[in-house]
Design a protein around this ligand. Structure first.
Ligand code: ZN
Length: 300
């Protein structure tokens, strides 16, 4: 260990919570994975993990990158809460408050995808950029990122997984799975949507199965919207489905097709391999992003 400064990272997901202590991808001194059960049980296990290392690796700050929706407004009475999630037991949970109370340290709090975006900015595929998107496609679809050097927040935070998507019901009669919008992007293209549509888990679909072209079609329509709306310098595509080897190449090609040469940028028309990319930090983007949130909070 080459430094005296340690940071705690909490990547809170709907099925598991990844916790780590360190200060970057090459310097993680402890980590663990905790199943997401009830809020009380899960938060207690997170606190126990960090307390076990408190003497050995005293923390400067803790970062939380959480599934949501979450309240990111520091002036709100429910700042740091998970708000309206459909996940049973987790709506209106004061996640940040529970960690703050246990450790009394500076806490960085953001969405899971903004956390991952900050990790990619610091150490991964978004280094040197000031406007980019991090989109994860797995059991859900979420997007965050930076705009002009600031993590995207706005009124609440972006919900890129819930944009409406043109749905050709002749090509794809499947209704969709979003409990709020039925056939939004998440409703049509999330892992559970693929499983329900095709009757088998996405990772078991063969490479030549039409599922992959349809999936790439929906993701390319989303890319089209994001490119036109936010003009990102790069889009990082992560998550279990998003990082599947069958997806990236198809999404790039179909994004070029749907944009049809309109955007005047060689990055899209000639070098799209470097424009839509996999996370530089792989599946550790989330927990490293939480550490990056801690480092940002600790330096304030
Ligand atoms: Zn939706």
């Amino acid at each position: 260990m080459k430094t005296d400064f340690f940071y705690g990272g909490i990547e809170a997901g709907g099925t598991k919570i990844n916790c780590a202590i360190g200060d970057g991808p090459n310097n993680i001194v402890a980590e663990t994975r905790i199943p997401t059960t009830t809020p009380n049980e899960t938060v207690a296990a997170v606190i126990t993990f960090f307390r076990a290392y408190q003497a050995q690796y005293p923390l400067q700050a803790i970062g939380i990158a959480s599934f949501g929706p979450v309240d990111l407004n520091p002036h709100s009475p429910t700042y740091g809460y998970i708000t309206s999630t459909p996940k049973p037991g987790w709506a209106n949970v004061d996640l940040m408050g529970a960690i703050k109370q246990a450790f009394n340290l500076p806490i960085g709090f953001d969405t899971d995808v903004n956390g991952a975006a900050l990790g990619e900015y610091r150490w991964g595929a978004a280094q040197g950029l000031n406007s980019f998107i991090y989109l994860t496609v797995g059991t859900g679809i979420g997007g965050g990122g930076m705009f002009n050097g600031q993590l995207m927040h706005g009124l609440v935070h972006p919900e890129m997984g819930h944009i409406p998507i043109p749905h050709d019901r002749q090509r794809d009669p499947f209704a969709g799975v979003c409990p709020y919008h039925v056939d939004c992007l998440e409703g049509l293209a999330t892992g559970p949507a693929m499983e329900k549509r095709w009757g088998t888990r996405a990772e078991n679909l063969p490479i030549d199965h039409p599922a992959w072209d349809l999936e790439a079609h929906y993701l390319a329509l989303a890319m089209h919207t994001f490119v036109c709306m936010l003009s990102p310098q790069r889009i990082i595509l992560g998550g279990g489905v998003g990082s599947h080897p069958n997806i990236l190449r198809r999404v790039r090609k179909q994004t070029q097709t749907t944009l049809n040469g309109y955007i005047h940028a060689a990055e899209i028309n000639e070098h799209i391999d470097a424009f839509i990319v996999a996370p530089g930090l792989g599946n550790r983007a989330g927990v490293l992003g939480a550490i990056a949130l801690a480092m940002a909070a600790g330096s304030n």
